[in-house]
Design a protein around this ligand. Structure first.
Ligand SMILES: Nc1nc2c(ncn2[C@@H]2O[C@H](COP(=O)(O)OP(=O)(O)OP(=O)(O)O)[C@@H](O)[C@H]2O)c(=O)[nH]1
Ligand SMILES: [Mg+2]
Length: 190
């Protein structure tokens, strides 16, 4: 988080984290379309993110401008170093779950990986606002919302159902995280 009290600007970093092909890049693509943001996609190969995607979104809070920088991590295992680099300085997280039943274990492992990654950059998940997004709910092999809540949302975070490719739940996910972050910010500035 960067705060410029003179310019009344706060900069927050939001990272979309989750297993490979869960729909992180798709979220940023749809959000950019819906909100008119410029999206920078760095190095993609057959839809796989190799470095990261990036967009910024600004909102007014009282007399402050809050500027969100949005990033996605590359979900493939081989990119651990890049993942850590993207995570550094994170203020809020969207944990994108691939709701397909065959990816259940992978999602669960990635949740542990997220906690471990955060520790490596000196942060704790408990101190970082996070929203769970159950994506690909349009697919017949998607687990039910209740199953996902019980099976994956172990720490009872705010959760949103989505079908990012159809633009469903994308804005709601971001708004939920934005709300958590702005509430935290208001507490800090009070
Ligand atoms: N059916 C369905 N497909 C989706 C949905 N969201 C994304 N996809 C598809 O899943 C594939 C992977 O999506 P990406 O957004 O590239 O996934 P990613 O999480 O960025 O993947 P990495 O960059 O490799 O970590 C693409 O073919 C998307 O069109 C969804 O809600 N439903
Ligand atoms: Mg991607």
């Amino acid at each position: 988080m960067l705060v410029d009290v003179h310019k009344k600007v706060v900069k927050l970093k939001v990272v979309y984290y989750g297993v490979a092909r869960s729909g992180k890049t798709t979220n940023l693509e749809k959000l950019s379309q819906l909100e008119g943001l410029d999206l920078l996609k760095l190095d993609t190969q057959e839809e796989k993110t190799l470095v990261f995607d990036f967009a910024t979104k600004k909102v007014r809070v009282g007399d402050m401008t809050v500027s969100f920088s949005l990033y996605t991590i590359p979900g493939q295992d081989i990119y651990r170093d890049i993942r850590l680099t993207v995570l550094r300085g994170v203020d809020g997280l969207v944990f994108v779950v691939d709701a397909q039943r065959e990816r259940f274990e992978e999602n669960l492992n990635f949740y542990s990986l997220l906690k471990a990654d955060l520790l490596r950059i000196g942060k704790k998940l408990e101190d970082t606002p996070v929203v769970f997004q159950y994506n690909k709910m349009d697919l017949p092999q998607a687990m039910s919302y209740e199953e996902l809540e019980r099976g994956i949302n172990l720490d009872r975070h705010v959760s949103v159902r989505a079908s990012a490719v159809n633009g469903e739940g994308v804005l709601e996910t971001f708004r939920s995280l934005e709300e958590l972050l702005i509430r935290k910010l208001e507490r800090m500035l009070a």
